[in-house]
Design a protein around this ligand. Structure first.
Ligand SMILES: Cc1ncc(COP(=O)(O)O)c(C=O)c1O
Length: 410
């Protein structure tokens, strides 16, 4: 449900923006003039703090400090210190999170580490899951000899219940924005003897996550979407404290070693989740992410999640009034921070919107995705973007050869 009445005019939207408890957050973002950015579910925008920090990390720490900065600027601690900062956003203990590698690599590490703990050597993934999750599941099953089980959308839990294997599952589906009930899923996992490796890529920074309370044991997620860490910013890894000590990462790299600078011949894992570090961390990206996370300081995640729901309700209401079908749940409590709307020529429509300074994205075959990042998207932004979409559909301004030409990234 939305937090209040659906706005019916631009002035209703202005009133909601004035009353918004998150209104103060937007000034932290370096948004280009004349752009309504509805793609924060794919690549979050830069914050002023992150830009300044990258400058500092590059010029003062790298150029001037050189190798000394591993110690003097705290580079060596960044995977843990940034992980600790991020922990509040997913509702877990600070010491149970690190930042390292990509989601793809972390899914592999976590699922491989979970296999020996699960009742059966089965890797389960849904066919509606983000492709990398499916590819990783496939690859892991192939090299480990585990059984690969690809099931239809929403059948992952039933498969887990039957097999007690390892399920790789997103909390928020990348295309539809559907949410799974984490606590209920974890109860199924425990009863079955199985383990869930959660992909939080589309959930972190937009839902009021309470992973520890919900019994979550293993998770990873992107930081370049709603966390605004920057293009290719490293992902995070969460492993519940009591479990982490029993897990073995399949990538026993030196940064996961208990004492990397002892240069021992033999491998001994670090304490806790830090054993999932592998190689040298990307310091410039970690520095950007570190500063970007400050944008959430002082704001309640419950307000963030409530506003995402309200903005989503507004997109759906306006899209339906244009005769478009939303493929995201209408029940806001079952939806993440983006809304997908179907249009047979969605790619061209999105390109035409981008040409007008309104930036959503497109996922084949026909989903136009509107990302509703509550820290910087205002109700008036959504209202204005939907006005432009309505005009576009009425005038068919999208129907030109230039807007049909596919780029590599959609
Ligand atoms: C649900 C989901 N998982 C994983 C990824 C990819 O993560 P990475 O590129 O860090 O491996 C994405 C990227 O958009 C995603 O949406």
């Amino acid at each position: 449900m939305t937090q209040g009445r659906l706005p019916r005019s631009r002035s209703d939207c202005e009133a909601l923006d004035r009353a918004d408890p998150l209104a103060g957050a937007r000034a932290q973002f370096a948004l280009p003039a004349g752009v309504i950015y509805l793609d924060g579910h794919s690549l979050g925008p830069a914050t002023h703090g992150a830009l300044a920090r990258v400058e500092q990390a590059a010029r003062a720490e790298w150029a001037d400090g050189l190798i000394r900065s591993w110690n003097t600027a705290g580079w060596i601690d960044l995977p843990r210190s940034v992980g600790a900062k991020l922990a509040r956003l997913i509702g877990v203990a600070a010491e149970d999170v690190i930042v390292a590698d990509s989601v793809s690599v972390n899914l592999f590490k976590l699922a491989a580490a979970a296999l020996p703990l699960a009742k059966s050597r089965t890797v389960i993934v849904e066919a509606s899951e983000f492709p990398t999750d499916q590819y990783v599941a496939d690859g892991l099953a192939r090299i480990s000899g585990a059984e690969m089980m690809r099931v239809e959308a929403d059948q992952g839990l039933a498969a887990l219940e039957r097999t007690g294997g390892v399920l790789i599952r997103s909390i928020v589906n990348y295309r539809t924005s559907d949410i799974l009930d984490v606590a209920a899923a974890e109860r199924v996992a425990r009863a079955s003897g199985g383990v869930i490796v959660w992909d939080l890529s589309h959930a972190t920074g937009v839902l009021d996550l309470k992973l520890a309370m919900d019994g979550t044991r293993l998770a990873t997620g992107c930081t370049y979407k709603f966390l605004n860490g920057g293009p290719g910013a490293p992902a995070f890894v969460y492993a519940a404290g009591e479990l982490a000590a029993r897990l073995q990462s399949p990538i026993s790299g030196w940064f996961g070693h208990a004492d990397p600078f002892a240069f021992d011949a033999g491998y001994a894992p670090r304490e806790g989740v830090s054993r999932f570090a592998a190689g040298t961390p990307g310091v410039l990206s970690l520095s950007a992410l570190d500063a970007a996370l400050d944008a959430f300081d002082g704001f309640a995640l419950s307000d963030v999640a409530a506003k995402a729901r309200s903005l989503g309700d507004l997109v759906i209401a306006r899209a339906e009034a244009m005769g478009l079908e939303a493929i995201s749940p209408k029940d806001a409590g079952r939806r993440g921070g983006h809304v997908s709307v179907r249009h047979a020529q969605g790619y061209a429509v999105v390109q035409a919107l981008i040409a007008r300074g309104i930036i959503p994205d497109f996922r084949a075959p026909d989903a136009m995705r509107f990302g509703l990042a509550p820290l910087y998207i205002r109700y008036v932004d959504v209202w204005d973007a939907m006005d432009q979409l309505a005009d576009m559909l009425e005038t068919r301004a999208w129907d030109t050869p230039a807007f049909h030409a596919r780029a590599a990234v959609t």
